[in-house]
Structures are given as C-alpha cells and as structure tokens.
Design a protein around this ligand. Structure first.
Ligand code: ADP
Ligand code: TRP
Length: 326
C-alpha cells in the first residue's frame, strides 16, 4: 500500500482553482487515488494561504472552492482522507521542530521564495518558511508519493533534504517521499504566457459562469498578426492551452487553421472556450451543486480531520521522543 499525499493552497482572491491546479494536481491526484493499491491524503493548504491572504472571509470561501473542486473531479472521501490543513494543528508543532533543521541558505535560495519575494509587496517570514511547512505537511503523514506540478519539484527536494538529515542525526524517523510529476503536463501557461498562477493573476478558473469564463479566455494575450495571415501555433498561448485539453484530431485541426491563414485568434479563443465547456461539463455542474451545499463539504472535512489526526499523532510522538520532548 502506497500513501500518496498532496495539497492545494486556497490562496486566490476570489476562491479560484485554476486550470494549472486541475491539470497539474487534481486530475493526476484523483487518478492515483482510484488505484486500490494507493491510499490518498488530499488537503487544502489554508495555513499556507495566510502568507498572502489576510482576509478571513476570503480564506473560508477559498477553502470551499478548493474542496468543491476536488470533489467535483471525483475524489472519494470514504476510501481516502480529505482534510483542511489548519484542522490538524500538529503540523505547526512539527514545523517549529523542522525549522530548526532547515539551513537558512537553502530556504533563501528556493526558486519559489525568490520569485514570490520579487512579485509580492508583503514579503513575510511565513513566505520564507513556506517550504518547511510544506515538508511537514508531507512528513507528518509518512507519505510515499506526492503528486505535484513541476514547479514544486524543489520543495520536494527540500523536504527530502530535511528528512534525511534528521534521520541521519536521530535514526530512521521520517519516510522519504518521492515527487510524482506528470511530465506531459509540465507547466500550464497562464493568459499572459507565464506559468498559470494565482500569484500572477493570469489564471483561468474553469468553474466561472459561462459569460465570465468566456471573457477571461478572450483576454488571453496574443500577438497582432492580422486575421488573414498564417500564424505560428507554437508560439501562441491559446494553442498551448488548447493542446493540453484537446484530442489529437482537434489539435491537428487547430494547427492547420493557424497555418492556413484566415483564422483569427478570436476563433481560436472561442474554440478553447467551447472545449472547456464541453470537457468539464459534469465537473462544472457538480462544483456549483457543492458550493450551494457547504454543509456537506464541512461534514466531509470534519470526518477527514479525524482520520488525518489519527495518522499524524503517532508520527509527531515519534519526533518528540527523538528530540527529548517526551
Ligand atoms: P498557484 O501557483 O496558483 O498558487 P498552487 O501553488 O496552489 O497554485 O498549486 C497547487 C497545485 O497545482 C500544485 O501541485 C502545483 O504544482 C499545481 N500547479 C499550479 N500551477 C500550475 C501550473 N501552471 N501548471 C501545472 N501545475 C500547476
Ligand atoms: N506548495 C504547494 C503549492 O503551492 C501546496 C502544498 C502545500 C503542497 N503543502 C503541500 C503540495 C504538500 C504537496 C504536498 O502547490
């Protein structure tokens, strides 16, 4: 039995879960969780969200949005464990312990910290310690595999580094987790061509109502090649996104349209919009049903927190003993 674990931050300003999260984390995660040989722990990283979101109401709303997205994509909460990071406060205790084993330069050099500190006005210590909390999310549950997008690879390396140096010093304590990265998905581009991210405000939230969703898609940045002229699909964000979602035939058809001329970016965007509506029809309906039935989400999260604590407590005890806190 392998234990797989992953989290998604509930950090958008309006509770968004975007296409990058869905292709990079939710779909591969749910697929892995269906395998009877796996036990999955999926959680909503609402403690991490405090590094950027300070408004309590937004945070709560975001937790529901992320939870509804996991559930809409078919995560089975009876077989697996589905919880909110902040419900298992043991993780904060472990974070302090492992903070004291995380070398300062390793955290200072983390790409995501450098990137966030260049892009955000509030550069706080939580942002700096972010990878240690993430390491603890994983180590507290003896996770074997962590499905994430490529951007999280370094955080997994940091997790392994901290765990192995602790094990080296105190004897086997932590399970060393392996990242599980879907290389096909790589990095999903955002509407401006950079990595799609809540941090850059360049994301497509597939659960938006049709009209708003269409507006976001129409806002994808493209160059100014005139309608009549042939276009290069390989340098276009719309085509890149379409290629991640379409069938082989659909992609080939769009490529031919680009190369043939008389096909504008507006046409391509409309095709992408329709593809998203068609491909995620069931999930979009399910999501809105759940968002109107938040008690059901609360119930599932409460049950998940219980299950998660049962796993976390003995691991924390193990660590406390090693450190002489028993
Ligand atoms: P964001 O960058 O928007 O804050 P998160 O960091 O909360 O997103 O990401 C949650 C999960 O979704 C992680 O596993 C991450 O690797 C994956 N993910 C986020 N953005 C992308 C992307 N653009 N492409 C692929 N996977 C992504
Ligand atoms: N840092 C991850 C992200 O931004 C979210 C996350 C927090 C996570 N804790 C985790 C992912 C533990 C996997 C495992 O995508």
């Amino acid at each position: 039995m392998a234990r797989i674990l992953t989290g998604i931050q509930s950090s958008g300003m309006h509770g968004e879960v975007h296409l990058g999260n869905i292709l990079g984390a939710i779909i591969p995660g749910v697929e892995l969780s269906h395998d009877p040989k796996n036990e999955a722990l999926f959680f909503i990283a609402d403690l991490h969200s405090l590094t950027t979101v300070k408004d309590a109401a937004i945070r709560k709303q975001n937790v529901y949005a992320v939870a509804a997205a996991w559930l809409a994509f078919g995560f089975n909460t009876d077989k697996n464990t589905f919880y909110r990071q902040s419900d298992v406060t043991e993780v904060c205790e472990l974070t302090w312990y492992l903070d004291c084993f995380a070398p300062y330069p390793m955290l200072a050099n983390a790409h995501s910290f450098k990137d966030k500190s260049d892009n955000l006005s509030d550069v706080n210590a939580g942002l700096f310690n972010y990878p240690v909390l993430m390491a603890c999310d994983i180590l507290l549950y003896d996770a074997n595999f962590v499905p994430v997008g490529k951007d999280q690879k370094q955080h997994l390396e940091i997790t392994r580094d901290i765990a192995s140096s602790f094990n080296h010093q105190y004897g086997e304590t932590f399970v060393l987790p392996e990242p599980h990265i879907d290389e096909r998905v790589m990095v999903v581009p955002g509407t401006d061509g950079r990595k799609m991210s809540k941090t850059y405000n360049n994301y497509i939230n597939i659960f938006l109502q049709d009209k708003q969703l269409r507006k976001v898609i129409m806002g994808i940045e493209t160059d100014s090649t005139p309608l009549e002229e042939p276009k290069n699909p390989d340098s276009c964000n719309v085509f890149a996104l379409y290629s991640l979602l379409g069938s082989e035939d659909q992609i080939a058809e769009m490529r031919a349209n680009y190369e043939g001329g008389n096909y504008g970016y507006g046409h391509a965007k409309q095709a992408l919009f329709e593809l998203i509506l068609d491909k995620f029809k069931v999930q979009r309906e399910k999501y809105w049903e759940l968002m109107e039935n938040k008690e059901l989400i609360d119930e599932k999260l409460a049950m998940g927190a219980e299950k998660a604590r049962k796993i976390a407590r003995p691991v924390l005890k193990r660590v406390r003993e090693k450190l002489g806190y028993n």
